[in-house]
Design a protein around this ligand. Structure first.
Ligand code: ADP
Ligand code: MG
Ligand code: MG
Ligand code: MG
Length: 392
């Protein structure tokens, strides 16, 4: 099949994915290729194509014109594939070691062809099994320090930055976050899902007007503060991890937003692990990851700040202001993520896979109470140690 014939969008099959890989000369014409669909995400297809002869393999990720998890009744823009390929390429240019290489992308077909990371494991799955990832938090802190700093006004010429803001305008995927993270869990919405045993806690949240006012402020910040290019969906399911390697995938939600958002999502997903781990050393391991993430983010961001050419970055107190603001936002966004993953549409395996019902409900109540406290108290939680104190 010639590439020209493939130019109009159609969803790939095992056979057409192999033909495409050959047409693009990603393999030798004589190689015997196998292909399987391995996507376990909610939205897209992921094909893995491998050659038995050379051992070489690639990944083709394709967006569908709807969300895979719901079906054709939930249409979703194919433009997310363009955003994902561009974000991967830009993030790799800023944090090469921590992002997969993109070999090819095609807006019409809504595909991104990239490095196969099957030798690593999705961090959420590994953490649930008790795998130890010594460099996970250091790597994510570094990823965030570099990608957030170098896409912000603190680093870029204003024309370049506004060019990126335009390029990464992502209204449909942002709307998913606006609804599922910031609105639906706090109202009696049809998308919510929670067990009967949480009913009372959930009704209390819906009636909690001071809490809702603080969530409104956080949502406002997400809607209006175009500070840096966010990953936009940085949970532990968007991270491949190994003993010595970390790679961040799946930035289809990328857009310009407040710096604390990615940090908050990642930390909340670590907190689910801290909550379900009862043995002290195993819990400790996660607490260290939480601490390291913030510390490495802060030191990486600060080092880059010192090299900035912007006149105001030389003014005493400005860096401290930006970091303090980002920290309070992080704690607030973290609170929203804790709540929405417990009672909203998209849950986490960390909590839902706990078989003992009494424990599961208890862990979920802990997450709801902690989420609420973080949202309300975010300006009084002054350091990562203050947060850790709430988790012990
Ligand atoms: P979605 O946007 O649908 O969530 P993801 O990008 O998260 O899609 O990918 C879904 C799954 O496909 C991942 O959890 C992983 O198992 C697999 N996958 C995605 N990218 C790669 C890759 N580069 N290498 C190996 N497996 C991958
Ligand atoms: Mg995913
Ligand atoms: Mg795998
Ligand atoms: Mg995704």
């Amino acid at each position: 099949m010639a590439i020209t014939q493939l130019k109009h969008y159609h969803s790939l099959t095992i056979e057409s994915a192999i033909s495409l890989a050959k047409d693009l000369s990603l393999f030798d014409p004589s190689e015997n290729l196998t292909c399987e669909e391995i996507g376990d995400g909610n939205l897209n297809y992921v094909f893995r194509i491998a050659s038995s002869e050379s051992g070489k393999s690639i990944i083709i990720k394709q967006a569908l014109p709807y969300a895979k998890v719901v079906g054709e009744s939930w249409p979703l823009t194919l433009d997310r594939a363009r955003i994902e390929a561009r974000a991967l390429t830009l993030q790799r240019s800023l944090a090469e070691r921590l992002v997969p290489e993109v070999y090819h992308s095609d807006e019409q077909l809504a595909i991104t062809i990239m490095e196969d990371l099957s030798h690593l494991e999705i961090a959420r799955k590994g953490l649930n099994k008790g795998e130890i990832y010594p460099s996970l938090s250091k790597d994510i802190g570094e990823f965030l320090g570099a990608t957030l700093f170098f896409t912000s006004d603190y680093a870029l010429h204003p024309f370049k930055k506004k060019g990126y803001v335009k390029e990464f305008s992502n209204p449909e995927l942002c709307k998913i976050t606006e609804d599922l993270v910031f609105t639906d869990p706090f109202f009696n919405s049809e998308t919510n899902e929670f067990e009967q045993a949480l009913e009372e806690e959930v009704r209390n949240l819906w009636d909690d007007l001071p809490l809702k006012l603080e969530v409104a402020k956080l949502k406002r910040s997400f809607l209006t503060e175009g500070e840096a290019l966010l990953h936009g969906d940085l949970h532990t399911g968007s991270i491949f991890a190994g003993k010595e390697e970390t790679k961040v995938i799946d930035p289809e939600f990328a857009f310009y937003g407040p710096i604390g958002f990615d940090l908050g999502q990642f930390l909340a997903n670590l907190i689910f692990q801290a909550v379900v781990r009862e043995e002290k050393p195993k819990k400790e391991e996660i607490l260290r990851h939480i601490e390291t993430t913030w510390d490495v983010f802060e030191s990486t961001f600060s080092q880059f700040w010192d090299q900035s050419e912007d006149a105001y970055t030389k003014i005493d107190g400005y860096l401290e202001y930006v970091l303090e603001k980002s920290f309070a936002d992080t704690i607030g966004f973290l609170g929203c993520e804790l709540i929405r993953r417990t009672i909203g549409l998209a849950h986490v395996e960390d909590l839902d896979s706990v078989q003992d019902e009494e424990k599961r409900v208890l862990y979920k109540k802990t997450c709801l109470a902690l989420g609420r406290e973080c949202i309300l108290e975010r300006h009084r939680i002054r350091s990562i140690q203050d947060l850790l104190d709430k988790l012990i």
